[in-house]
Design a binder for this molecule. Structure first.
Ligand SMILES: NC(=O)c1ccc[n+]([C@@H]2O[C@H](COP(=O)([O-])OP(=O)(O)OC[C@H]3O[C@@H](n4cnc5c(N)ncnc54)[C@H](O)[C@@H]3O)[C@@H](O)[C@H]2O)c1
Length: 368
């Protein structure tokens, strides 16, 4: 197969989809890599690190030659013109938050495989996990900065000092993002409560981190009670493939302390706060109802070297499997991987996505 790696074009995106150490294995398996000049540079991987790949001068040349385009973030509008029938795009797609992109993939009959909906039988999301670990670990770091006076924040130190209270975190969603954020925030001295609707999840966290991380079953009443006395709210909920549930309404934001911070990590799936708007790494915040809102959809892009390596470590065996076996074998023999197929032959093949966008769902075998 010809595997294409274009440079990422989303605002402030610095990651590259395949790191140099993975290229050799793909080539030894008989595949060819077409790599856009400079695609790895911002992640610390210059073109000279890719001696076995064919380096081409622009994205057009990658897209027109590749059977399989491997990216990091969802294609941006300027990339739609490259789409062609039966080309495979393997990347984070987050289509529930991108109806226009979904319709374009359907119209052009592109095979859209989303990293974030590849799901094992036990429910884990092996290609979302590494970026969720990074986003979770970065969340308290971002919060620490945004609470500083020199970043126009309320001038609070996460851990406080003797005689001065530490900051209080509410983390909504106790999965990979939520738990990683909680571990770092507590290690910096903050007081952390994780909210989730899954009691088993809360039980596991409570038994493992007894005392240091508090847990709470997420109900509107409890959220309202805690929001009045919190400094940082981290939105970390997920229903795989679907739009993020809106757990914080505008009315709930209204009762928060002035200058408290909402960090909505779930913005890539549309956000967990009513009417929240995406922000960027260069312009990370806006103020609404006296509350600082931060909703960066590509948080790991700010640690591009670590994030590219972690992503490529996880995706490599899937890229190799797909390139070696082709799409038909993948669908009929690999249930976990087939969960990633969101669009095929002009159909939406992921059920939760179809329901979120009110589109017709066609089973992936039928669409084949
Ligand atoms: N912004 C970024 O750069 C970035 C990076 C990585 C992940 N993410 C996003 O972060 C979100 C969380 O990812 P994750 O890997 O931690 O998911 P996860 O599946 O590991 O955890 C999600 C948790 O949310 C809980 N949940 C679902 N609905 C809920 C509700 N209504 N109230 C309370 N809890 C609820 C689930 O029970 C689960 O424990 C996803 O939207 C993911 O796409 C964003």
């Amino acid at each position: 197969m010809i595997i294409g790696v274009p440079k990422e074009v989303k605002a402030d995106e610095r990651r590259v989809s395949i790191t140099p150490d993975k290229i050799k294995g793909l080539i030894e398996s008989g595949h060819k890599i077409v790599f856009e000049r400079g695609a790895g540079e911002k992640a610390g991987f210059p073109d000279s690190d890719y001696p076995c790949a064919e380096i081409v001068s622009n994205a057009q040349k990658v897209w027109e030659s590749a059977d399989l385009v491997v990216k990091v973030k969802e294609p941006q509008q300027e990339e739609f013109k490259h789409f062609r029938q039966n080309q495979i795009i393997f990347t984070y797609l987050h289509l529930a938050a991108a109806p226009e992109l979904t319709l374009e993939l359907v119209k052009t009959k592109v095979i859209g495989i989303a990293y974030e909906t590849i799901q094992t039988k036990n429910g884990s999301l092996p290609l979302l996990e590494p970026m969720s670990e990074i986003a979770g670990r970065l969340a308290p770091q971002i919060a620490a900065r945004l609470l500083q006076s020199d970043f126009d924040g309320p001038g609070k130190l996460l851990g406080g000092v003797p005689g001065v209270e530490p900051c209080r975190f509410m983390i909504i969603g106790g999965g990979t993002v939520g738990l990683n954020a909680a571990i770092i925030a507590t290690s910096l001295g903050s007081r952390v409560t994780i909210f989730d609707i899954n009691l088993e999840r809360l039980r596991a966290i409570e038994y493992r981190y007894r005392g240091s991380i508090k847990t709470m079953l997420s109900t509107e009443t409890k959220l309202m009670e805690f929001l009045k006395r919190t400094d940082v709210v981290v939105g970390a909920v997920l229903i795989p493939g679907a739009s993020a549930p809106k757990v914080i309404s505008e009315n709930m934001v209204n009762i928060m302390n002035p200058s408290s911070l909402i960090l909505d990590v779930a913005i890539d799936q549309g956000g967990s706060v009513e009417n929240i708007k995406p922000t960027t790494q260069s312009n990370p915040t806006y103020i609404k109802n006296n509350v600082i809102h931060c909703a960066i959809p590509n948080i790991p892009g700010s640690v591009a070297n670590t994030a590219s390596t972690a992503l490529s470590n996880a995706t490599y065996k899937y890229i190799l499997y797909l390139a070696n076996n082709g799409i038909e074998n993948l669908i009929t023999r690999n249930e976990t991987f087939a969960m990633g197929i969101n669009t095929l032959n002009g159909h939406v093949t992921h059920k939760a996505l179809a329901e979120s966008l009110d589109l017709q769902h066609v089973d992936v075998i039928e669409a084949l």
